[in-house]
Design a protein around this ligand. Structure first.
Ligand code: AMP
Length: 190
């Protein structure tokens, strides 16, 4: 079973690469951002609660995010493996994920980190925001706040996964196909 974390700042290309890896390796793709957006669209209590955080570019509290992720995994007991996209984003989420997976005799095989400069990401996100209408992609101040959240709360996960010898950094500024090839080579060897 190959359980992979796609890691990187907002706009680094996690979603794009997740779809490619999902199809290539027949994995289930879980994007916590997508699950939140689905709940917002359907005006569920979870969506209404998450929206106030997401609109400002803040992280949604750990407790609800962890519960949501676990229930998404539980929906797919026959999966050949999972791609976690946008989760974990805090040390508590990473510890919860390790504990949850180990109860099921599962584990993370690798964390694949897409590395891209913040200035490149800002212009990528602003142009994505124009196409998608995503509020959190349309305002540079909110984008910078998401980077601040990442730098403060998510970046410590690099050391967490390095200590487990599961961390692979990849230059995410290259063409999409070159990155996909590189990721495939890593996942093939897991
Ligand atoms: P994304 O689509 O991954 O960029 O996520 C969009 C927004 O959803 C983030 O800015 C957060 O507000 C929220 N979100 C997504 N994943 C998480 C997570 N693992 N923990 C907390 N908030 C999250």
């Amino acid at each position: 079973m190959k359980n992979i974390i796609l890691f990187g700042k907002p706009g680094a290309g996690k979603g794009t690469q997740a779809v490619f890896l999902r199809d290539h390796f027949n994995l289930i793709h879980i994007s916590t951002g997508d699950v939140f957006r689905y709940n917002i669209k359907n005006q569920t209590p979870l969506g209404i609660m998450a929206k106030q955080y997401m609109d400002n570019g803040d992280l949604v509290p750990d407790e609800v995010t962890i519960q949501m992720l676990e229930s998404e995994v539980d929906k797919r007991p026959d999966a050949a493996g999972f791609i976690f996209d946008g989760f974990p984003r805090t040390i508590s989420q990473a510890e919860a994920l390790d504990g949850f997976l180990s109860k099921k005799d599962m584990a993370i095989a690798a964390t694949l980190a897409l590395d891209v400069d913040e200035d490149i990401l800002v212009s990528r996100l602003l142009s994505r925001g124009k196409d998608s209408g995503r509020a959190d992609d349309q305002d540079e101040e909110k984008i910078r706040n998401r980077f601040a959240e990442y730098n403060e709360k998510t970046a410590p996960l690099i050391a967490y996964y390095k200590a487990q010898e599961k961390f692979h950094a990849i230059d995410g500024s290259r063409p999409i196909e070159a990155i996909a090839d590189h990721l495939t080579r890593i996942v093939d060897q897991l």
